[in-house]
Design a protein around this ligand. Structure first.
Ligand code: GLA
Length: 341
């Protein structure tokens, strides 16, 4: 008997799965209609659904208590489907996930996309994978209160294992890019938790929108001239400078060597720390420890920031040793980090 059946007393009728993601480059560019370069990770959320005989939506998680915060993602997804005119009756939902929560690996997007896939399958909804990413983003914007862009939901919905997903978040055009030759991905959690909705995420987004308005463009994607940015008052100049230089870094990184890719990652971290101001001391320390390791091509905070994980591009085959050595050094400063990927 499945956990679903034990809890609800009847079998599940459909399933959906989606992975977490790690973003290699292109941070805080997606809601500025810019470029991002995430890849999916081998951690997955699996959702089982059935039509609810009681006529009431219910959701249970194998990992989280009922008040664990996942309910708003579930009700958000069913609400956006219904608002878009899809016929979705009340459902019973069971969630099982090994995507780390609150680490910057998009556990929420994995849940939204897995659930929407399960509902598409159960109710034969006419939705393609990009539709699913868009609906998942609306659910997050309107029901979880995070004004996120579409990177995480696109990565979870159309990402392919073993490839980087180069995404133009304005046109939603995608290209699969190989990982730089000789490089592997290592993701370390700083142990500092964050919460997107309560963090300064929405504030950063509105600062970017203010900067775009002041420069007379629809979004910061349309800015190329760094001199014009310098005329903006702080902190808007730094916010805009980060977005413009980060877009350039993403485009320069696709199909480059591991060494150059790593340098772009290091520059991205400095820009997120100094211009965009989304780093915290523990992330800076962990990134420093990584960057000083000779087996590491480059390292940066990944995801929204304010805590969570760091990603590094390391010489192939060295992930375990790098993680062990770097976490020991990080630990000697009194922090408890862990390896996630
Ligand atoms: C979060 C958001 C994304 C993106 C990143 C920062 O993960 O959900 O849309 O803005 O932060 O790059």
């Amino acid at each position: 008997m499945t956990a679903f059946e034990r809890i609800y007393g009847y079998p599940a009728e459909a399933a959906g799965e989606a992975p977490g993601r790690v973003n290699m480059l292109g941070e805080h560019t997606d809601y500025n209609e810019g470029f991002v370069l995430p890849t999916i990770i081998q951690k997955t959320t699996r959702v089982l659904v059935a039509q609810s005989p009681s006529g009431v939506d219910r959701a249970v998680s194998a990992q989280l208590a009922p008040d664990g915060g996942f309910g708003r993602y579930v009700s958000g997804c069913t609400a956006v489907l219904r608002a878009a005119g899809h016929r979705v009756p009340a459902v019973s939902v069971h969630i099982d996930s090994n995507v780390p929560i609150g680490a910057g690996l998009s556990s929420s997007a994995a849940l939204e996309v897995a659930l929407l896939r399960a509902l598409r399958s159960r109710f034969s909804l006419d939705l393609d994978d990009v539709d699913i990413a868009r609906l998942a983003q609306h659910a997050e914007n309107e029901y979880a209160g995070v004004n996120c862009g579409i990177m995480d939901q696109m990565a979870a919905s159309v990402g392919v294992a073993g490839h980087l997903l180069l995404l133009d978040t304005r046109s939603l055009a995608t290209a699969l890019v190989p990982l730089p030759e000789g490089g592997d991905i290592c993701v370390l959690d700083s142990g500092t938790r964050r919460s997107l909705a309560t963090s300064a995420f929405n504030q950063r987004r509105s600062e970017c929108e203010q900067a775009a308005r002041a420069l007379g463009v629809a979004s910061l994607r349309d800015v190329d001239d760094l001199d014009r940015i310098e005329q903006l008052p702080p902190p808007l100049n730094g916010r805009a400078r980060h977005v413009v230089t980060e877009n350039r870094r993403v485009l320069a990184a696709a199909n480059t060597s591991a060494r150059e890719f790593g340098q772009l990652m290091n520059a991205s971290h400095a820009s997120l720390r100094d211009d965009f101001d989304v780093s915290v001391p523990s992330l800076n320390l962990l990134v420093d420890c990584l960057q000083q390791d000779e087996r590491v091509f480059g390292a940066r905070l990944t995801g929204a920031g304010f805590g969570g994980a760091c990603v590094a591009l390391v010489r192939s085959g060295t992930q375990s040793l790098v993680a062990q050595d770097v976490l020991a050094e990080y630990g000697s400063f009194g922090h408890a980090g862990t390896r996630l990927v």
